[in-house]
Write a protein that binds this ligand. Structure first.
Ligand code: AMP
Length: 268
């Protein structure tokens, strides 16, 4: 497994694969790798000749007052996970490598980036779209893997890829959950034991929404009524939107930790 920290190192690590016309798969991450990330790495390993995982906590997608400084980081652990998943290249650039002094070009998604997470976190999807565009240019993958856990992110990336004619296929993988139903997230480490129990209400709410939706009732109202019964939690939004398909999405605050989750309201 090669570890590249600069664009020239990355290009060198991938030169042979590009030259030989290998199918290169990219899994963009912010590290603190867990089973959710691993599922993307496995999907990449199964379908690609060369697997690249990027590990970069992207400051551009964090707003002021968000948890950039405290975001979990564990590079040694991540390298071991990547090695165990038979990754070929880990790309772990510094902030200066990605955004050198004078950096001044941004990809700003339109409407798809303005509501739900886009409304709650102004500028978030501009940061996401810009870093994905840079990663696609740097790695040159035929295919990139994203998790449905971040459904709006998938929709934003698909929009950017379509609008800018990028030659990369976007694959969306299912959400991986802990046995208690909580969607895996690097931020779950911030939850106390009691908060974890509270956070289980997210999946219960989504399931109630799904049932209501299937029987022709109001999915949003059904989900919201479950969350409203949960004292330790503050609802940011419960909404239905077309995010890479009809989706019921929720965002809540449990203590000071913001959690998002979603289910698709249409059968695959
Ligand atoms: P992150 O490191 O949180 O930016 O996530 C990197 C990628 O992993 C994104 O495409 C996420 O959607 C995906 N991901 C994160 N958590 C999960 C999960 N529980 N199940 C599936 N994919 C996930």
């Amino acid at each position: 497994m090669k570890v590249a920290r600069t664009v020239p190192e990355l290009r060198e690590a991938l030169a042979q694969a590009h030259g030989a016309g290998k199918r290169i798969g990219l899994v963009p991450t912010m590290g603190a790798l867990h089973e959710g990330h691993l599922s993307l790495l496995r999907a990449a390993r199964e379908t690609c000749d060369t697997v690249v995982v990027s590990i970069f906590v992207n400051p551009a997608q964090f707003g002021r007052g968000e948890d950039l400084e405290h975001y979990p980081r564990d590079e040694a652990g991540d390298l071991a996970v990547a090695e165990g998943a038979s990754v070929d290249v880990v790309y772990a650039p510094s902030v200066d490598e990605m955004y050198p002094a004078g950096f001044d070009t941004w990809i700003d998604p339109g409407k798809i980036g303005t509501y739900l997470e886009g409304a709650a976190r102004p500028g978030h999807f501009r940061g996401v779209a810009t870093v994905c565009m840079k990663l696609f240019e740097q790695v040159g993958p035929q295919v990139a893997f994203f998790g449905r856990k971040d459904a709006q992110q998938v929709a934003v990336v698909r929009q950017v890829v379509a609008d800018l004619d990028l030659p990369v296929e976007i694959v969306a993988c299912p959400t991986i959950r802990d046995p208690d139903g909580l969607a895996l997230s690097s931020r779950n480490v911030f939850l106390s034991e009691r908060e974890r129990v509270t956070a289980r209400a997210l999946l219960r709410a989504l399931e109630a929404g799904l049932r209501a939706g299937r029987s022709g009732d109001d999915a949003v109202r059904a989900a919201r009524s479950v969350l409203d019964l949960e004292p330790g939690l503050r609802v940011d939004y419960v909404a239905e939107a077309d995010l890479d398909g009809r989706t019921l999405a929720v965002a809540v605050l449990v203590g000071s930790t913001r959690l998002i989750d979603n289910v698709r309201l249409v059968e695959e």
